[in-house]
Design a protein around this ligand. Structure first.
Ligand code: SF4
Ligand code: SF4
Length: 124
């Protein structure tokens, strides 16, 4: 049986099992106004996170700024159109079971309060 979970940030419609990953460094580089940061007063460590909860983790700023970046954090909330993400496939294979049947999964969203309304021929 094929798993077909459709949580935000994951697709299970074929055996590749894809997850959308947010790179917090990208959020900082593009100057997203929803980046927040705070300093842990006990340890002095500075963390960054996303006010929109597109990803839920808070990650160390120092790690994010390392050459090559921190790596991706799994997208767990609804993204905005500008959110920088990549898609990681858990399994690679050949044959019908690994053929992508959800190519829109790789596209940026146009939904949400900052989304552009999709062009719809029915409006003409
Ligand atoms: S809204 Fe998107 S770009 Fe902005 S901090 Fe959150 S994940 Fe990053
Ligand atoms: S390859 Fe396509 S259909 Fe398969 S899990 Fe990834 S996005 Fe979904």
């Amino acid at each position: 049986m094929t798993a077909t979970r459709t949580e935000v940030g994951e697709c299970r419609q074929c055996r590749s099992f894809c997850d959308k990953m947010i790179e917090p460094r990208g959020c900082i580089e593009l100057g997203c106004r929803f980046v927040y940061s705070y300093v842990d007063r006990l340890t002095g460590t500075q963390y960054v996170g996303c006010m929109q909860e597109v990803y839920g983790a808070e990650v160390e700023l120092e790690a994010v700024q390392q050459p090559g970046g921190f790596g991706g954090v799994k997208m767990t909330g609804t993204p905005l159109p500008h959110c920088p993400f990549s898609v990681e496939q858990a399994y690679e294979g050949s044959g019908e079971s690994y053929g992508c049947v959800n190519r829109r999964f790789f596209d940026c969203t146009e939904q949400g309060f900052e989304g552009l309304r999709a062009f719809d021929l029915r409006d003409l």
